[in-house]
Design a protein around this ligand. Sequence first.
Ligand code: GLN
Length: 202
Amino acid sequence: RPVVGVFALQGDVREHVRALTAVGATAVPVRRPAELDDVDGLVIPGGESTTMSKLSVDFGLYDPIAKRIADGMPVYGSCAGMIMLASTVLDGRPDQQSFGAISMTVRRNAFGRQVDSFEAPVSVSGLDAPFHAVFIRAPWVESVGADVAVLGSISRAGVDGTVAPHVVAVRQGAALATSFHPELTGDLRLHELFVEMVREAA
Ligand code: GLN
């Protein structure tokens, strides 16, 4: 069984642990740098990216994670986790740090406060049927680099009120990110995809 860590200083850790276990991984919460040594891949959950950034620096986890990512460790981020994987964060806090695992610019809380939370089907490349996606104060991907594969988009009004397609699922090499929360729905297909990525990298 591949060992997949879940960043556990903040966020919906238990839901990811449950989903990863259900698809055949050994899921372990990661709070300290030493706990990173044993994992084959890492999930960064949904939650609050500004807090994740601050706590990961305070607990000495930021640099070790950045180093493992640079060495090719597979990572998956949902919502706040997507923000943590971005190279550029818009509407973030000035001191907010992110790992730059995916060459993308993400905008925090991009779908606006009036729609803090919504659910919608999203077609994801590689999956046979649309994914029932849960968005909670979600970011979107505003631009991507040449090496980034766009896996899914949704047509929806943003903070500025205009409806347009917005990218909500991406992959670059061993890094995967979604604006939405598959860990909350019981649809395990994205966790399956990620654990398959971890197996391939091992
Ligand atoms: N709005 C949060 C942030 O900026 C993300 C919300 C979520 O993970 N559900 O980090």
